[in-house]
Design a protein around this ligand. Structure first.
Ligand code: SF4
Length: 249
């Protein structure tokens, strides 16, 4: 049921990947239990700004709408988060929405996260298998390991931890907390461990583990509550062991 209450949104927009950003204000009719995506959908239905001028619909990316795909990451009132799980009632108004600054903007709130996916390729964040035929049951993992590994597997490559990390920028080349945590996950898997050394060597190079400044912002913003700093501490141990192994041949 509608009311006369309006939601005030100030959105950072950009026409394309080459254009300069600008802000545009919108007033959207309030309904109980709205999230940021439903407010953006109202603008899409009626693209008129707060001055009453006809404008272009705001562009954003979203898929699952249940905090699983990681596509709708945005900076909302200064904090990187998922637009689907961000309820309007949680925020002071005006609600300021901007694209993540760590990734190239394609248009408005839509960003290109390829950089993070390339980092996952660099660290071989997968379990290699021989073909797609049925290989039968794999080796079992100890229950204790399975429990923490499951927590790490919840990463949805949303990029919020990279956005919050002061060391992820073009100059440092730091791959960021999420790809590092995936190294810990895949190294713990009985089959994935076959490529443990390759993964560790990949993060011992430039832009790897030593680029972490231990600001601990990543754990604060991760929507999945992934223990990123625990992963980084564990990888410090693993890379130290690998260095000794390299040294002694
Ligand atoms: Fe997003 Fe958390 Fe994965 Fe970082 S670790 S990409 S914040 S889900």
């Amino acid at each position: 049921m509608g009311t006369d209450k309006m939601i005030q949104l100030i959105i950072t927009r950009q026409k394309d990947d080459q254009s300069a950003p600008y802000t545009e204000e919108f007033l959207v009719p309030y309904r109980p239990n709205m999230n940021i995506i439903s407010a953006l959908m109202e603008i899409q239905k009626n693209p008129v700004n707060a001055k009453g001028e006809k404008t272009t619909p705001v562009i954003w990316e979203s898929v699952c709408l249940e905090e699983v795909c990681g596509a709708c990451s945005m900076v909302i009132n200064g904090k990187p988060r998922q637009a689907c799980s961000s309820l309007i009632d949680q925020f002071d108004q005006p609600i300021r929405i901007a694209p993540l600054a760590t990734f190239p903007v394609m248009r408005d709130l839509m960003i290109d996260r390829s950089w993070m996916f390339n980092a996952l390729k660099r660290v071989k964040a997968w379990i290699p298998i021989d073909g797609t035929h049925d290989l039968g049951p794999g080796p079992r993992m100890p229950e204790k390991t399975r429990q923490w590994a499951y927590e790490l597997s919840k990463c949805m490559t949303c990029g919020c931890c990279l956005e919050a990390c002061p060391n992820v920028n073009e100059k440092s080349g730091f791959i960021g907390p999420a790809p590092l945590s995936q190294v810990r996950l895949f190294n713990a898997h009985p089959t994935g461990a076959m490529h443990k050394e390759e993964r560790l060597l990949a993060i011992m190079g430039e832009g790897g583990l030593t680029s972490c400044g231990n600001s601990q912002n990543c754990v604060e913003v991760c929507p999945k509550g992934i223990p990123l700093t625990t992963s980084i501490a564990d990888l410090n141990r693993q890379t130290t062991m690998q260095s000794l192994k390299n040294f002694f041949g």
